[in-house]
Design a protein around this ligand. Structure first.
Ligand SMILES: Cc1cc2nc3c(=O)[nH]c(=O)nc-3n(C[C@H](O)[C@H](O)[C@H](O)COP(=O)(O)OP(=O)(O)OC[C@H]3O[C@@H](n4cnc5c(N)ncnc54)[C@H](O)[C@@H]3O)c2cc1C
Length: 359
């Protein structure tokens, strides 16, 4: 009997689980180790923060899927893994042997280079922390979001909308972005929408320090806050580098096109925690993580059988539907930027369809 350990219940492993059929090889035992019983779908985080979706709308019960598929489910955090011993160590100290290990443990949101941020921020990643931490941000009189990408901008719209609709019109949401808002093509339209909705922002200025009362920026601005969240890019879980396997300059584990780590053919990784050597600039985004599922499922089985493996080739452009609050959204696709209610309904249709596929 061979054992494949799936560590982390992220977007890619969810797709791997979906593809495991009852007719699979009975000589292979599959085990899912997940820090949470649930997978939380980040595409619906903004709608949840705004109050449009319930907790049950945005999460998928991994334990139930495993029971249905007769896969071992262990609700625990992966503490470390030892490629030489082919062993994973769980937070309880329990050890598991593996023949193949696949990592899909996502990323964190705490950067080391903003003084005292780690201590002061509301940490909403790993993904299972998200729902519990949202209330503090909704109720903050002054909420500061550090980051200028899609996640930061979308969450600013969502929290602002929640405040408008829940008697907190005089609360303040401020975005601090070290570059333009999302990208050059989106910047002007986001700026107009922020102005229209009363969302404060500061562009091309970097947050450098968090005091008890202010977020300080490089230009010397002091932005008051009650709660601060960092959405300025994914940070690597430390256990990846601690394994001794090669990581990129940010600490994400290096994988080849087959999603196999570059120094150990028995260890695979996908989603945010992986650094693809074939596509080093691939954004850390759920849309790419989901599509890796098919390749990962095939390759984990093929590698045990010593059969041919598939290469993961990312789509050349991804469609982004960015919720701007009040059931409106902005579509970003290539050079196109289009705004309206239709874009939100389209997003809602896609997101609910995604959830139905797995629930
Ligand atoms: C606020 C916000 C909004 C976003 N919105 C979007 C969006 O609309 N569209 C989009 O494409 N991307 C979005 N993203 C990015 C997206 O969240 C990530 O790119 C995506 O979740 C990556 O998927 P993943 O499978 O790598 O990891 P995740 O989906 O993060 O899953 C990792 C899983 O592993 C578990 N885990 C973590 N550590 C361990 C451990 N040590 N042991 C066991 N389990 C562990 C976690 O609980 C989690 O369930 C958003 C991100 C944020 C922060």
């Amino acid at each position: 009997m061979k054992t494949i350990v799936l560590a982390g219940g992220g977007h890619t492993h969810l797709e791997v689980l979906r593809r495991l059929t009852a007719e699979r090889d009975t000589e292979v035992k599959w085990v899912l180790v997940s820090a949470s019983r649930y997978h939380y779908y980040s595409g619906m985080f903004s709608g949840f923060a705004e109050g449009l979706y319930t907790l049950e709308d945005i999460r998928i019960d991994l334990k139930k899927i495993c029971e249905d598929k007769k896969i071992d489910f262990i609700e625990e955090t992966l503490h470390s893994f030892d490629p030489e011993k082919r062993e994973v160590v769980l937070s309880s100290g329990e050890k598991l042997q593996y023949d193949r290990l696949s990592l899909d443990i996502g990323s964190h949101t705490a950067p080391g280079n903003i003084e005292r941020l780690a201590e002061k921020q509301v940490q909403i990643k790993p993904a299972h922390l998200f729902s519990d931490r949202i209330e503090a941000c909704r109720k903050a009189k002054e909420l500061v979001i550090i980051g200028g990408g899609a996640a930061a901008v979308e969450m600013a719209f969502s929290f602002n909308q929640w405040k408008q609709q829940n008697g907190r019109k005089y609360d303040c949401v401020t975005v601090i972005a070290s570059s333009e808002l999302i990208d050059q093509k989106s910047d002007a339209v986001i700026e107009t929408l922020f102005d229209h909705k009363g969302i404060h922002f500061s562009k091309n200025d970097t947050a450098v320090k968090v005091t008890d009362r202010y977020v300080m920026t490089e230009s010397g601005e002091e932005v008051p806050y009650n709660e601060v969240i960092f959405l300025g890019g994914a940070q690597a879980p430390a256990l990846l580098a601690e394994s001794g396997l090669p990581v990129d300059d940010k600490g994400f584990i290096k994988v080849n096109g087959c999603l196999q780590t570059t120094d150990d053919s028995r260890v695979f990784a996908a989603g945010d925690c992986a650094a693809l050597t074939t596509h080093p600039n691939l954004p850390k985004s759920g849309v790419y993580a989901v599509r890796q599922g098919e390749v990962l499922h095939h390759n984990l089985i093929a590698s045990l059988k010593r059969e041919g493996m598939k290469d993961y080739v990312p789509q050349s452009r991804a469609l982004i539907l960015l919720s701007t609050g009040n059931k409106q959204a902005l579509m970003l696709y290539g050079k196109w930027r289009q705004f309206g209610s239709w874009a939100w309904w389209w997003k809602d249709y896609i997101d609910r369809g995604y959830m139905k596929k797995y629930q």
